[in-house]
Design a protein. Sequence first.
Length: 275
Amino acid sequence: MLPRCFGVLGDPVAHSRSPAMHAAAFAALGLPHRYLAFHVPPAGLGAALRGAAALGFGGLNLTVPHKVEALAHCDALADEARRIGAVNTILFERGTIVGHNTDGRGFAAAARALGVGAVRSAMVLGAGGASLAVLDAIVGELLGPEGQVRWVSRDPGAPGRDRDRVARIGYAQALAGPPVELLVNTTTVGMARGPAGFPVPTEALVGALAPGAAVIDIVVPRPAGGLLDLAAAAGCAVQDGREMLLWQGVWAEELWLGRSLGPDVVGAMWAALGA
Ligand code: ATR
Protein backbone atom coordinates (compact mmCIF):
# COMPACT_ATOMS: atom_id res chain seq x y z
CA MET A 1 0.00 0.00 0.00
CA LEU A 2 1.21 3.51 -0.83
CA PRO A 3 1.80 5.79 2.16
CA ARG A 4 -0.62 8.72 2.43
CA CYS A 5 -0.03 12.02 4.16
CA PHE A 6 -2.17 13.38 7.02
CA GLY A 7 -1.57 16.27 9.39
CA VAL A 8 -2.74 19.03 11.69
CA LEU A 9 -2.74 22.73 10.73
CA GLY A 10 -2.38 25.26 13.53
CA ASP A 11 -0.70 28.43 14.78
CA PRO A 12 0.96 27.62 17.15
CA VAL A 13 1.15 23.88 16.49
CA ALA A 14 4.56 22.71 17.71
CA HIS A 15 3.05 21.54 21.02
CA SER A 16 0.50 19.27 19.32
CA ARG A 17 0.36 15.64 20.44
CA SER A 18 -1.75 14.65 17.43
CA PRO A 19 1.27 13.50 15.33
CA ALA A 20 2.33 11.02 18.04
CA MET A 21 -1.24 9.83 18.55
CA HIS A 22 -1.96 9.21 14.87
CA ALA A 23 1.48 7.68 14.24
CA ALA A 24 0.64 5.17 16.99
CA ALA A 25 -2.68 4.37 15.29
CA PHE A 26 -1.05 3.81 11.88
CA ALA A 27 1.60 1.58 13.48
CA ALA A 28 -1.04 -0.46 15.33
CA LEU A 29 -2.98 -0.87 12.07
CA GLY A 30 0.16 -1.79 10.08
CA LEU A 31 -0.34 1.19 7.74
CA PRO A 32 2.57 3.10 6.13
CA HIS A 33 0.87 6.53 6.45
CA ARG A 34 2.44 9.71 7.87
CA TYR A 35 0.92 12.44 10.07
CA LEU A 36 2.76 15.76 10.48
CA ALA A 37 2.20 19.10 12.23
CA PHE A 38 2.11 22.07 9.82
CA HIS A 39 2.54 25.61 11.08
CA VAL A 40 -0.02 27.60 9.06
CA PRO A 41 -0.78 31.24 10.01
CA PRO A 42 -4.41 32.39 9.58
CA ALA A 43 -3.85 34.01 6.17
CA GLY A 44 -2.51 30.76 4.74
CA LEU A 45 -5.37 28.42 5.62
CA GLY A 46 -7.18 28.45 2.25
CA ALA A 47 -3.97 27.88 0.26
CA ALA A 48 -2.88 25.10 2.63
CA LEU A 49 -6.21 23.27 2.27
CA ARG A 50 -6.20 23.58 -1.54
CA GLY A 51 -2.58 22.43 -1.64
CA ALA A 52 -3.27 19.41 0.54
CA ALA A 53 -6.25 18.49 -1.67
CA ALA A 54 -4.08 18.79 -4.79
CA LEU A 55 -1.34 16.66 -3.21
CA GLY A 56 -3.79 13.87 -2.44
CA PHE A 57 -3.61 14.11 1.35
CA GLY A 58 -5.65 11.49 3.19
CA GLY A 59 -7.06 14.01 5.66
CA LEU A 60 -6.30 16.86 8.04
CA ASN A 61 -7.10 18.15 11.51
CA LEU A 62 -7.44 21.84 12.30
CA THR A 63 -6.60 23.47 15.59
CA VAL A 64 -6.30 27.02 17.00
CA PRO A 65 -7.06 29.44 15.29
CA HIS A 66 -8.52 27.77 12.19
CA LYS A 67 -11.68 25.96 13.29
CA VAL A 68 -14.22 28.67 12.48
CA GLU A 69 -12.41 30.29 9.55
CA ALA A 70 -12.28 26.87 7.87
CA LEU A 71 -16.05 26.99 7.22
CA ALA A 72 -15.39 29.48 4.42
CA HIS A 73 -12.79 27.24 2.73
CA CYS A 74 -14.71 23.96 2.68
CA ASP A 75 -16.54 22.81 -0.46
CA ALA A 76 -19.06 20.91 1.69
CA LEU A 77 -19.86 20.53 5.39
CA ALA A 78 -21.06 17.51 7.35
CA ASP A 79 -24.21 18.16 9.42
CA GLU A 80 -22.28 18.19 12.71
CA ALA A 81 -19.80 20.82 11.49
CA ARG A 82 -22.62 23.01 10.16
CA ARG A 83 -24.60 22.75 13.40
CA ILE A 84 -21.57 23.48 15.59
CA GLY A 85 -20.24 26.20 13.29
CA ALA A 86 -16.65 24.92 13.34
CA VAL A 87 -14.46 22.32 11.61
CA ASN A 88 -11.73 20.20 13.24
CA THR A 89 -11.44 17.40 10.67
CA ILE A 90 -11.06 17.60 6.89
CA LEU A 91 -11.84 14.77 4.53
CA PHE A 92 -10.76 15.02 0.89
CA GLU A 93 -13.33 13.41 -1.36
CA ARG A 94 -12.28 13.27 -5.02
CA GLY A 95 -10.43 16.58 -4.65
CA THR A 96 -13.21 18.35 -2.72
CA ILE A 97 -12.65 19.67 0.79
CA VAL A 98 -15.29 18.37 3.23
CA GLY A 99 -15.43 19.80 6.76
CA HIS A 100 -16.38 17.61 9.71
CA ASN A 101 -16.43 18.13 13.45
CA THR A 102 -15.51 15.35 15.88
CA ASP A 103 -14.71 17.70 18.80
CA GLY A 104 -18.28 17.76 20.15
CA ARG A 105 -18.58 13.98 20.30
CA GLY A 106 -15.05 13.79 21.71
CA PHE A 107 -15.89 16.24 24.47
CA ALA A 108 -19.15 14.46 25.35
CA ALA A 109 -17.34 11.11 25.65
CA ALA A 110 -14.60 12.67 27.79
CA ALA A 111 -17.10 14.39 30.10
CA ARG A 112 -19.13 11.21 30.54
CA ALA A 113 -15.94 9.36 31.51
CA LEU A 114 -15.61 11.91 34.32
CA GLY A 115 -19.18 11.15 35.45
CA VAL A 116 -20.75 14.36 34.06
CA GLY A 117 -24.48 14.23 33.28
CA ALA A 118 -27.78 16.10 33.92
CA VAL A 119 -25.86 19.23 34.91
CA ARG A 120 -27.92 22.19 36.22
CA SER A 121 -25.31 24.92 35.79
CA ALA A 122 -22.32 24.88 33.41
CA MET A 123 -19.68 27.49 32.57
CA VAL A 124 -17.61 27.51 29.37
CA LEU A 125 -14.60 29.83 29.22
CA GLY A 126 -13.72 31.18 25.75
CA ALA A 127 -15.71 31.76 22.58
CA GLY A 128 -13.39 30.27 19.93
CA GLY A 129 -13.97 27.30 17.65
CA ALA A 130 -13.38 24.68 20.34
CA SER A 131 -15.98 26.33 22.59
CA LEU A 132 -18.67 25.91 19.92
CA ALA A 133 -18.23 22.13 19.91
CA VAL A 134 -18.14 21.98 23.72
CA LEU A 135 -21.36 24.04 23.95
CA ASP A 136 -23.05 21.82 21.41
CA ALA A 137 -22.17 18.72 23.44
CA ILE A 138 -23.23 20.30 26.75
CA VAL A 139 -26.60 21.59 25.49
CA GLY A 140 -27.32 18.46 23.45
CA GLU A 141 -26.15 15.76 25.84
CA LEU A 142 -24.94 16.85 29.27
CA LEU A 143 -27.38 19.49 30.52
CA GLY A 144 -30.34 18.59 32.76
CA PRO A 145 -33.86 19.75 31.80
CA GLU A 146 -33.59 23.07 33.67
CA GLY A 147 -29.87 23.50 33.03
CA GLN A 148 -28.27 26.80 31.99
CA VAL A 149 -24.85 27.59 30.51
CA ARG A 150 -22.72 30.68 31.12
CA TRP A 151 -20.57 31.18 27.98
CA VAL A 152 -17.77 33.47 29.11
CA SER A 153 -15.75 35.65 26.73
CA ARG A 154 -13.53 38.70 27.01
CA ASP A 155 -15.77 40.18 24.33
CA PRO A 156 -19.32 39.02 25.12
CA GLY A 157 -20.83 41.57 22.72
CA ALA A 158 -19.06 40.14 19.65
CA PRO A 159 -21.36 38.55 17.09
CA GLY A 160 -21.95 35.00 18.26
CA ARG A 161 -24.32 32.15 17.73
CA ASP A 162 -27.39 32.53 19.93
CA ARG A 163 -28.38 29.31 21.58
CA ASP A 164 -31.25 28.32 23.77
CA ARG A 165 -30.22 27.99 27.45
CA VAL A 166 -26.84 29.68 26.79
CA ALA A 167 -26.04 33.20 28.04
CA ARG A 168 -22.96 34.85 26.56
CA ILE A 169 -21.41 37.03 29.25
CA GLY A 170 -18.17 38.67 30.40
CA TYR A 171 -15.80 37.40 33.10
CA ALA A 172 -17.03 39.80 35.80
CA GLN A 173 -20.68 38.67 35.40
CA ALA A 174 -19.65 35.01 35.19
CA LEU A 175 -18.87 34.87 38.89
CA ALA A 176 -22.47 35.69 39.93
CA GLY A 177 -25.21 33.06 39.81
CA PRO A 178 -25.89 29.55 41.07
CA PRO A 179 -22.89 27.33 41.87
CA VAL A 180 -21.33 25.85 38.73
CA GLU A 181 -21.43 22.05 38.42
CA LEU A 182 -19.35 21.83 35.21
CA LEU A 183 -16.55 24.26 34.29
CA VAL A 184 -14.73 23.92 30.95
CA ASN A 185 -11.72 25.95 29.80
CA THR A 186 -11.62 26.21 25.98
CA THR A 187 -9.33 29.25 25.90
CA THR A 188 -5.64 29.26 25.04
CA VAL A 189 -4.82 30.27 28.64
CA GLY A 190 -2.25 27.79 29.94
CA MET A 191 -1.16 26.64 26.47
CA ALA A 192 2.54 26.67 25.60
CA ARG A 193 3.24 30.32 24.62
CA GLY A 194 -0.42 31.15 25.36
CA PRO A 195 -1.68 33.84 27.76
CA ALA A 196 -0.59 33.28 31.37
CA GLY A 197 -3.91 33.88 33.11
CA PHE A 198 -7.64 34.49 32.82
CA PRO A 199 -9.07 38.03 33.03
CA VAL A 200 -10.18 37.19 36.62
CA PRO A 201 -8.10 35.31 39.23
CA THR A 202 -8.29 31.54 38.81
CA GLU A 203 -9.18 31.36 42.53
CA ALA A 204 -12.34 33.36 41.82
CA LEU A 205 -13.39 30.90 39.09
CA VAL A 206 -12.83 27.97 41.46
CA GLY A 207 -14.79 29.88 44.12
CA ALA A 208 -17.85 29.85 41.81
CA LEU A 209 -17.94 26.03 41.73
CA ALA A 210 -20.43 23.75 43.48
CA PRO A 211 -18.92 21.20 45.91
CA GLY A 212 -17.59 18.22 43.92
CA ALA A 213 -18.00 20.03 40.57
CA ALA A 214 -16.39 18.64 37.40
CA VAL A 215 -13.65 20.78 35.80
CA ILE A 216 -12.25 20.05 32.34
CA ASP A 217 -9.37 22.00 30.80
CA ILE A 218 -9.11 21.03 27.12
CA VAL A 219 -5.50 22.29 27.01
CA VAL A 220 -2.89 19.55 26.41
CA PRO A 221 -0.51 19.16 28.18
CA ARG A 222 -2.00 20.15 31.51
CA PRO A 223 -0.31 23.29 32.80
CA ALA A 224 1.14 22.74 36.29
CA GLY A 225 -0.26 24.98 38.99
CA GLY A 226 -3.18 26.08 36.83
CA LEU A 227 -6.96 25.75 36.94
CA LEU A 228 -7.00 21.96 37.34
CA ASP A 229 -4.58 21.89 40.25
CA LEU A 230 -6.57 24.55 42.12
CA ALA A 231 -9.87 22.78 41.40
CA ALA A 232 -8.49 19.39 42.46
CA ALA A 233 -7.27 20.92 45.73
CA ALA A 234 -10.83 22.19 46.26
CA GLY A 235 -12.21 18.65 45.91
CA CYS A 236 -13.41 18.81 42.28
CA ALA A 237 -13.24 16.00 39.72
CA VAL A 238 -10.72 17.20 37.12
CA GLN A 239 -9.68 16.15 33.64
CA ASP A 240 -7.20 17.60 31.14
CA GLY A 241 -7.59 17.66 27.36
CA ARG A 242 -6.16 14.24 26.57
CA GLU A 243 -9.44 12.35 26.82
CA MET A 244 -11.20 14.73 24.38
CA LEU A 245 -8.12 14.75 22.12
CA LEU A 246 -8.18 10.95 22.03
CA TRP A 247 -11.84 10.58 21.06
CA GLN A 248 -11.89 13.39 18.49
CA GLY A 249 -8.79 11.74 16.99
CA VAL A 250 -10.34 8.26 16.97
CA TRP A 251 -13.42 9.54 15.12
CA ALA A 252 -11.31 11.63 12.71
CA GLU A 253 -9.21 8.58 11.89
CA GLU A 254 -12.33 6.46 11.37
CA LEU A 255 -13.63 9.05 8.88
CA TRP A 256 -10.35 9.12 6.95
CA LEU A 257 -9.88 5.35 6.82
CA GLY A 258 -13.55 4.44 6.42
CA ARG A 259 -13.35 1.79 9.13
CA SER A 260 -13.83 1.57 12.88
CA LEU A 261 -10.86 1.29 15.23
CA GLY A 262 -10.68 -1.56 17.73
CA PRO A 263 -9.80 -1.17 21.42
CA ASP A 264 -6.17 -2.18 20.75
CA VAL A 265 -5.71 0.75 18.33
CA VAL A 266 -7.52 3.17 20.68
CA GLY A 267 -5.26 1.92 23.50
CA ALA A 268 -2.14 2.58 21.40
CA MET A 269 -3.37 6.12 20.66
CA TRP A 270 -4.03 6.77 24.36
CA ALA A 271 -0.58 5.48 25.33
CA ALA A 272 0.99 7.86 22.77
CA LEU A 273 -0.61 10.85 24.49
CA GLY A 274 1.62 10.26 27.52
CA ALA A 275 1.08 11.17 31.13
P1 ATR B 1 -10.20 28.01 18.34
O1 ATR B 1 -11.16 28.57 17.36
O2 ATR B 1 -9.45 26.82 17.81
O3 ATR B 1 -10.80 27.75 19.69
P2 ATR B 1 -9.28 30.71 18.79
O4 ATR B 1 -10.46 31.30 18.11
O5 ATR B 1 -7.96 31.33 18.57
O6 ATR B 1 -9.11 29.14 18.50
O7 ATR B 1 -9.63 30.66 20.31
C1 ATR B 1 -8.82 31.16 21.22
C2 ATR B 1 -9.60 31.15 22.52
O8 ATR B 1 -8.76 31.61 23.56
C3 ATR B 1 -10.81 32.05 22.50
O9 ATR B 1 -11.83 31.34 23.16
C4 ATR B 1 -10.39 33.28 23.32
O10 ATR B 1 -11.42 33.72 24.16
P3 ATR B 1 -12.34 35.03 23.99
O11 ATR B 1 -13.67 34.52 23.65
O12 ATR B 1 -12.30 35.66 25.34
O13 ATR B 1 -11.72 35.89 22.91
C5 ATR B 1 -9.38 32.69 24.24
N1 ATR B 1 -8.32 33.61 24.69
C6 ATR B 1 -7.26 34.06 24.00
N2 ATR B 1 -6.50 34.86 24.77
C7 ATR B 1 -7.12 34.94 25.99
C8 ATR B 1 -6.85 35.63 27.23
N3 ATR B 1 -5.76 36.41 27.39
N4 ATR B 1 -7.72 35.46 28.25
C9 ATR B 1 -8.82 34.68 28.11
N5 ATR B 1 -9.12 34.02 26.97
C10 ATR B 1 -8.29 34.14 25.93
